[in-house]
Ligand binder design. Structure first.
Ligand code: BJ8
Length: 381
């Protein structure tokens, strides 16, 4: 596959972003750290703060976290926590951008995250948005809206700025613009074969909550422009959709195996994928209500019931003409691991083969996963 210059640009953006944040802090701008899609960026930006994601995808920090957390906690939580703490509860921070965060905005989602946030409070002020977990009830929307108003108040207090309706509308428009750019990029992946690999798209998805919004849009425009010019020769490869847990920065293990075994990833039903941008925020409604309506619909396995996710998977499979789904889960992520059964039943009914892979951030199972993916590709070919 073609090498895209814009991906090198994104790859090299880390240091520039860190110095940008350092400069912002000198001018008094507040930096918010987040771990989840349920936290609306629009409110953070409307308050005049900046935001970086703190989800960990690297294996190196897992063993540090295991000094504090049980081993049977998902690697994403352990990796994130391990990047933040170091050597006992001494308050030493080892993750370069974590030290720049003025406040963590967390959310009540899975048990592992909820309990990890309680420990994080010892290191940095941590604000938790309480999420209703039955998203389809009218009471849930009302409750979530109330939570978002409280969150807006917390951001105003942190920054000393008033969040105005005009500012919120402006940020909603800006975030929708980014979402539309992702739609455009994903539209190009509908070609057969797609002009860009899934591993390359993942590099952008993983950086989306780290880069500034302007840099992200600029990178996406550059990438789309490059991808549009690719001339692909027809050669059908099994079209794969990954569905399941997020793949935080540093974790490209399963997508790399899939594409090294002859498949091509055409979509990700994941928080590092369609869940992050698929639905837009309604720009014609009251902004706070529109945000509540959009964010409460994210089909995360923490929600119950979560049939919306099944419908979404089937819709994506049709739209991207997938030949097979790789159901990707992290060890000890009970929500996504339990939902596997329902997803498998629905895909079976639709005649779409599925391979389930449950793994961690280590490399001890690389060979075993490779063999299983190989067999799956052979079956699809
Ligand atoms: S909206 S998926 S980003 S909660 S993998 S920590 S669920 S045990 S990351 Fe998530 Fe928000 Fe949902 Fe998305 Fe828990 Fe599972 Fe670990 Fe997870």
């Amino acid at each position: 596959m073609k090498r895209f210059k814009s991906l090198d640009y994104i790859k090299n953006s880390y240091n520039a972003r860190i110095s940008q944040i350092a400069k912002e802090r000198k001018t008094g701008k507040k930096i918010v750290g987040t771990f989840c899609l349920f936290v609306p960026d629009e409110i953070i930006f409307a308050a005049g703060a900046d935001r970086i994601i703190l989800c960990g995808g690297k294996n190196e920090t897992v063993s540090i976290a295991e000094q504090y957390l049980p081993r049977n906690v998902c690697p994403l939580v352990k990796s994130s926590f391990g990047s933040i703490v170091n050597n006992g509860c001494s308050g030493v921070k080892s993750c370069s951008h974590f030290g720049m965060v003025d406040m963590v905005v967390a959310e009540n989602t899975c048990d592992s995250k909820k309990k990890m946030y309680e420990l994080l409070g010892d290191y940095v002020p941590t604000y938790v948005i309480d999420l209703p977990q039955r998203p389809d009830s009218p009471e849930a929307l009302k409750y979530f809206l109330g939570e978002l108003y409280k969150f807006k108040g917390a951001m105003e207090q942190l920054t000393g700025n008033k969040v105005t309706i005009e500012q919120l509308k402006k940020e909603i428009e800006s975030s929708n613009e980014t979402r539309k750019l992702f739609h455009k990029l994903y539209g190009l992946r509908k070609m057969d074969p797609p002009p860009i690999s899934g591993v390359d798209v993942l590099k952008v998805l993983q950086k989306q909550y780290f880069l500034s919004t302007d840099e992200l849009k600029k990178s996406l425009r550059m990438l789309i422009c490059e991808v549009e010019q690719v001339e692909v020769e027809w050669a059908h490869k099994p079209r794969i959709m990954i569905s399941g847990c997020p793949m935080a920065g540093g974790n490209t293990k399963v997508p790399e195996i899939i594409e090294s075994k002859g498949g091509v990833i055409v979509a990700e039903e994941s928080c590092t994928g369609t869940r992050s941008f698929w639905d837009l925020v309604d720009e014609d409604k009251d902004p706070m209500l529109a945000l509540a309506e959009r964010y409460i619909k994210i089909p995360c396995s923490c929600m119950s019931p979560n049939d919306r996710r099944i419908d979404n998977i089937l819709e994506l499979a049709r739209e991207f003409k997938v030949d097979g789904v790789v159901y990707y889960t992290l060890q000890f992520c009970h929500g996504y691991n339990i939902e596997r059964y329902k997803v498998q039943q629905a895909l079976k009914k639709a005649g779409i083969p599925m391979l389930a892979i449950e793994t961690d951030y280590g490399d001890s199972d690389l060979e075993q996963i490779g063999l299983r993916v190989d067999a799956f590709m052979e079956m699809l070919a």
